[in-house]
Each structure stands twice: as C-alpha cells, then as structure tokens.
Design a protein around this ligand. Sequence first.
Ligand code: FAD
Length: 276
Amino acid sequence: MQTLPISFEFFPPKTPEGRDKLLAVRDRLAALNPEYFSVTYGAGGSTRDNTQDIVTQIHRDGYEVAPHLSFGGDTREAVIALLQRYRDTGVRRVVALRGDMPSGAGIHKLVNANELVAMIREHFGDHFRISVAAYPEIHPDAENYSRDIYWLGEKFRAGADSAITQYFYNADAYFYFMDECARQGIDKPVIPGIMPITNFQNLVRFSDTCGADIPRWLRHKLAGFGEDTEGLRTFGEEVVAQLCERLREGGAPGFHFYTMNQADATLGILRHLGIV
Ligand code: FAD
C-alpha cells in the first residue's frame, strides 16, 4: 500500500498514570512518522488544562501536535488567550470545532465552527493550520444533506485548510460525500477519520450519540462475538483495514485514527495495510 499521511488522535488523560501510559502509546505510534498528533477538548472546555498540558508535552518532545478547540461557554477573550498560549508554545495547528452542550452545564449559545475559524484567522493570520470536522453521514443537527455540506464549505471559506471526518464504516458514504463536496466547490482535503473496533458496546453507544452508522451486517457480526474479545479485535482489524484500503484506492488523502489512547488496535490495522 502506498503510504499516505496519517495522524493520531488522543483524549487528555486525567491522572499522572494515564499521562505516562499515553506518552508510551505516543512513542509506539511515533515510530510510524505521523504528520501530527491531535488532542481532544472536553465539551464546554472541561478538559482545558489537561488538553493544554499534554499538548505542551507532546510539542516539547519534538512532535507536531494539534489541540482541538471550541468556544464551549468561554468568552472570545478566553479563547483568544488560550490560542495565544498555544502560539507562544510553538504549536502550529488546531482543530476548530463547535463542540456540544456539556451535560450539567448551564445553557449557552454554541458558536459554530466557521465563526471560530474566522476568529482564528482574524487574530492569528496564517500562524495555525486549521482542520475542521466533516460528516459523510451528516451531522445529527443538520438541516439537510446539502445544507450540512454548505456549512462545511463556509468553514473552508472562513480559512480552514482541511477537514477530518467523523468515523464511518461505509466507504460509499465518504465517496458520495466527496462528490457532493466537489459539486459545491469544495476542493480542500477531507481526511477520513478511522475508528478501530475494539469493544462492541462502547462502539454502539458512541455511534448512537454522534450519529455514526454501524451497518446492519456489521452490527450483527460484531454482536455475535459475545465475550470473545480477541475474535472481535481480529475481525475488527480486518474490516477496518479493508475500509482503509477502499478509501485509499478511491483517492482518500490520508487517515486520521481515533486511537482512544491505545496503540494496539491502530497498529493492527496499519499492519494489515502494510504500513507497520
Ligand atoms: P459545526 O461545523 O458548527 O456544525 C454543527 C451543526 O450546525 C451542523 O449540523 C451544521 O450543518 C450546522 N451549522 C454549521 N455552521 C452553521 C452556522 N453558521 N449557522 C447555522 N448552522 C450551522 N467534540 C468535542 O467536544 N471535543 C473534541 O475535541 C471534538 N473533536 C472532534 C474531532 C473530529 C474530527 C470530529 C468529526 C468531531 C469532534 N467533536 C469534538 C465533535 C463535535 O464537536 C460535534 O460533532 C459537534 O456537534 C459539531 O461540531 P462541528 O465543529 O462540526 O460544528
């Protein structure tokens, strides 16, 4: 398989042990020469300090890193101050998002990602490479299919450089989405987000929340493994590697792996693809 740019996503660890474990995972994945690592940002800024801490550490260790960022309930000034800290640390990338309403937090107005992108460009010029989110199976709040792609276009028109997709297991959804993007004049890279399959219950729960579809045949096949976690992992690796192969053959510009802070499942997929 021809090598494509890859990136790996982490969530910020909450404990010193989690941090040490994550840095060990990072070291294993770093051997594959990723373009960058990214670190998520909790809804409403709930992980602000943890995200900043691990982003700084990864940067200090000499790797490219992209903090995820959203307004949450923060003011414009607070978001700018956070971006200034990232800039002063030497960070050159961000993933700009709307985020979701955090449970238990007071109601506030969510700021759409196109406005965040515009604000970053206004205050920081070209300093940051900005990625945004894209949804081949359409965002749950979208008015309709083409309107969702229109808003993706607005994020690019505001200055985003590339997009990373929500995960999906149906390659045709991505290909059709890319055709529709082209019809709406979008010509920037839209990188498939790849979710390894390691735990059926978690995957179902998460997919239901974020609007990612697990095709019926796959759902049944995965359910059939029951307690056989090893069997599920092996099958999951094969199935996700086949998806990646189809995406590569169809012209996907790279892969962004949702690692869930684990190296083995992602490495297993990359091994199937001949990258490890
Ligand atoms: P937007 O692009 O703002 O779109 C949200 C919805 O509003 C869409 O339905 C769109 O059609 C519509 N819309 C867009 N712009 C406008 C506008 N100007 N006016 C009216 N409607 C509009 N969540 C986290 O909390 N932390 C993370 O770190 C995180 N990382 C992510 C990384 C990736 C790669 C992806 C795909 C998702 C991530 N998410 C994260 C989830 C994301 O925050 C949610 O999916 C959220 O609901 C939407 O964010 P967005 O940036 O896509 O929003």
